[in-house]
Every structure is written in C-alpha cells, then in structure tokens.
Design a protein around this ligand. Structure first.
Ligand SMILES: [Zn+2]
Ligand SMILES: [Zn+2]
Length: 231
C-alpha cells in the first residue's frame, strides 16, 4: 500500500485538484499494478488521511473539499502557508504572477466570491511592469488556473476554485475580513451557501441543518432562523 500512496500523492501533486472520477481513474490501475484492494468511501478517506499525516510537516495538505457552486467534492493538494506572492510557476513572468494576485483580490473583495468574465480583464493596475500580459495570454492563464483548481467557471462567472479555498484559506481570512468570514459553527471559510435572513451572516447549509435539529435560532444573532434550508 505504501507504493500506492506514493504514486497517488505524485498524481495529486501533478493535478492539484481531482474530482472523484479522476481519483478513480488514478487509483484503479495503481492498485491493480500493486495488487492491493482499491480503497473506496470511508477507506478512501482514511487512505487520504494517512497520506496527509505524512505531508503536513512539509506544509502540504491533501484535503477533501466540497465546492458549493459545482456541488462536487474535490481532493485538493495544496501548500498550506501559500500567499499569491509565493505562488510562482516556472515560465510565468512577474506580470503574470501579479495578474494572479489581482484576480484573487478581485474575487476576495466580492461579497459572494465571484466576478463576471469581463472583470477579469478590466481595471488592472500592473505596478512596475514593462509589459502587461495580452488579453489572449490572460485568457490562457485563466484557463490554466481553472484546470489547476484555483478558479472555477460556473454560470458564466468566475469563482474561487476548490484549491484556492484550501491553499489560500489563511490569506483570504486575513486579507478580506469584511467579505470572507468563517462559518459560525465549524469555523471553516464560508463563501456561498446560505444566509440568516435577519443578520445576513453566511453559514454552511450542512452546519445549520445539523444545528437546527435541536434549536430554532440563528447561532450568530440569536433570532429565529427563517431561511429555507433546501436549495
Ligand atoms: Zn460550517
Ligand atoms: Zn442571524
């Protein structure tokens, strides 16, 4: 199983954000090759947790994250203390790295963590850069970052992708405290999901669903919870 773990981690590092179909496509031949039983469901979570234990000391993490916008669960490989400044790829210019930080900032300043397409190309202020990337290059970069899980395209808009939610959690919390707040119940970031109709505070649907089994008030403001839980 150790060889399978190593092979799987390598694939996760290469892809950085995997949905369950992709996990299956990677694990099936890997397990067959090493003649072990493929972990599924709870075993898969345990298998990933064991890999995670061995890489946390390297400031890396392998985490399952459910993205409320796509409704899918992803397995994300991330560097946990990352900021957009440390996010550098070989082959990316300084201006392109700046562009990445700008996109994250645009998303971070929005109440609901998404922007319209044209906003990805407008009002860009490149500092101390001789040659900003062309629009064609920006389009290619956005596509690349979407494939890597940093961004997510849905409803003709751009959202924070699953990898950003894990990798930049610390950065987002501290840089956008007005727009990005933790869920009152589980303390993880909550960007979408549902809001209390009284105080407007966002909360994870699953968290509030469990909470309301035994109570009827909003955990943030204490008033009676009236927002419908179904989508
Ligand atoms: Zn929560
Ligand atoms: Zn409230």
């Amino acid at each position: 199983m150790e060889m399978v773990k190593r092979g799987f981690l390598r694939a996760c590092i290469n892809r950085s954000s995997l949905d369950h179909d992709l996990i299956d496509n990677i694990l099936t031949p890997l397990c067959a090759h090493h003649e072990v039983t493929k972990p599924v469901n709870d075993e898969l979570k345990e298998f990933v947790a064991e890999i995670n234990d061995s890489i946390t000391k390297l400031s890396q993490s392998l985490t399952f994250v459910k993205h409320p916008i796509s409704g899918k669960e992803y397995l994300v490989f991330a560097i946990t203390d990352a900021t957009p400044d440390t996010h550098n790829y070989p082959g990316m210019t300084a201006a392109e790295c700046q562009y990445f930080a700008m996109i994250l900032d645009k998303l971070g300043n929005q109440e609901d963590g998404h922007i319209a397409w044209n906003e990805a190309y407008s009002e860009l202020n490149f500092k101390a850069v001789a040659r900003p990337p062309s629009k064609l290059r920006m389009q290619a970069l956005i596509q690349q970052w979407t494939e890597m899980g940093y961004l997510l395209e849905a409803n003709d808009r751009l959202y924070f992708g699953p990898r950003s939610l894990v990798e930049f959690e610390f950065y987002l919390r501290f840089n956008f405290p007005e727009t990005i707040k933790p869920c009152h119940l589980c303390k993880q970031l909550v960007l979408w999901d549902i809001k209390c109709s009284d105080c407007g505070r966002k909360i994870h649907r699953e968290c509030i669903r469990k909470y309301l089994r035994t109570r009827s008030n909003c955990p943030t403001c204490g008033k009676k919870w009236t927002t419908r839980l179904s989508q």
